[in-house]
Design a protein around this ligand. Structure first.
Ligand SMILES: *Cc1c(COP(=O)(O)O)cnc(C)c1O
Length: 386
């Protein structure tokens, strides 16, 4: 990779093919995939409806500018938006948060935003400035001014929300930050306080959305009323797309010329999103919830009791296995790769599982068994060293 900036620490193999939830690398080795890219390919790697609709669109036209209306955009917006919201399409999670940040400032006429430690919202200046992780901001100062950080799940954060702020931004489960679940009462209190103070509530559903936690958006499982929702990752099942959804009242601040993008709303990405959302039915979501129960039960039985496991977190098929200091998550991931399984890290030594939502129960359980096996062996080694 001598022609590529070394921004990623990469694994030794290239993934060259995929089918359903199985991947093949350049040496022909196959893997059970518990990553979905990074929470992207929720419908796996060979979904026929997505392939068909993208191919059909490719045969018609794949780009027009946003100076012309798009019935496809309108249709996908209708499928995606909660009642009473409008969509702005862009190309990534970062861009969806950037749009949300801009809209919040413009609509309220205020500049301050409250964000949370361990939150992740992206890598551009706005979204990086909202990201509560100093290592992501390191070397890029100055950040965008006006952003305050509070502790996630901390009751003091509620008192910090005052009418001085344009918006509060949070994830319902912090993904990159370590699969940290928001506490139901706390999330409700944040939402209530925002509305009392006239502060816009932005929920970043880039990782938690599109069925990952068992509902279309994770916030639906809590008593919350977002003004703005951001989405990306799984929305196009691998075709680049992001979306910012906001309440109708915000439209006055996003009139012609206020914000834009060349590629946002691209017809190929939108045809993939349409196929994703068509398949994200209530029945499908119920299946995700059922699989989740089976998987969490297996994890509680086989993984949680192991000495190298500190705790388990997550919802739906977004799962965090928090490891003790005795083992490094990178070592666990490497051992699982050798055993034919792909997994992800998250902050604070967390093994993160984001399997395709379509994975069979049998293969989900086979994956958990592999993890249990690897962590059991590592627990035994740790014991010997003591
Ligand atoms: C991945 C992620 C983003 C950034 O999305 P990109 O598509 O990488 O720009 C933002 N917010 C959350 C919660 C994410 O998980």
């Amino acid at each position: 990779m001598e022609n590529i900036f070394p921004t990623y620490q990469q694994y030794p193999m290239e993934i060259v093919a995929g089918h359903d939830w199985h991947l093949t690398d350049d040496s022909g080795k196959t893997y059970l995939d518990f990553t979905s890219g990074i929470g992207v390919c929720s419908f796996g790697y060979s979904n026929s409806l997505i392939k068909q609709q993208v191919t059909d669109q490719l045969g018609k036209i794949w780009h027009t500018s946003n100076l012309y209306p798009s019935a496809l955009q309108d249709e996908v917006a209708k499928q995606l938006c909660p009642q009473g919201m409008l969509a702005f399409f862009c190309n990534s999670g970062t861009e969806s948060n950037e749009a949300a940040f801009k809209l919040a400032r413009k609509y309220t006429g205020k500049s301050k935003v409250l964000a949370f430690n361990n939150g992740f919202h992206g890598r551009t200046f706005g979204s990086m400035s909202l990201t509560g992780n100093p290592s992501i901001q390191a070397g890029f100062a100055p950040m965008v001014p006006g952003i305050t950080f509070a502790d996630y799940n901390d009751s003091h954060a509620i008192d910090q929300i005052t009418d001085e702020f344009a918006a509060v931004i949070l994830e319902v489960i912090q993904g990159e930050g370590g699969v940290n679940s928001g506490n139901a009462d706390w999330l409700h209190a944040v939402s209530e306080k925002c509305h009392q103070e006239g502060v816009l509530l932005i929920i970043d559903e880039v990782q938690t959305g599109i069925g990952r936690t068992g509902t279309k958006f994770a916030y639906e499982q809590f008593d919350m009323d977002p003004d703005i929702i951001t989405s990306a990752k799984a929305l196009g099942n691998g075709l680049p797309i992001g979306a910012m959804l906001g309440k109708q009242k915000l439209a006055s601040a996003f009139g012609p010329g206020t914000h834009g993008t060349t590629f946002g709303g691209n017809k190929l990405a939108l045809s993939a999103a349409k196929a994703v959302l068509t398949q994200l039915t209530p029945e499908f979501l119920t299946q995700v919830q059922q699989k989740s129960q089976v998987v969490f039960k297996a994890i509680q039985k086989r993984v949680e009791p192991l000495p190298v496991v500190a705790s388990i977190s997550g919802k739906g098929l977004m799962i965090g296995i928090h490891l003790s200091d005795d083992v490094q998550v990178a070592t666990v991931i490497a051992k699982l790769q050798a055993a034919g399984m792909l997994t992800l890290p998250a902050n604070h030594n967390t093994l993160r599982l984001l399997p395709p939502l379509v994975m069979s129960e049998t293969d989900l359980l086979a994956g958990i068994a592999k993890i249990a096996q690897v962590l059991e062996n590592m627990s035994a080694t740790v014991k010997e060293q003591v």
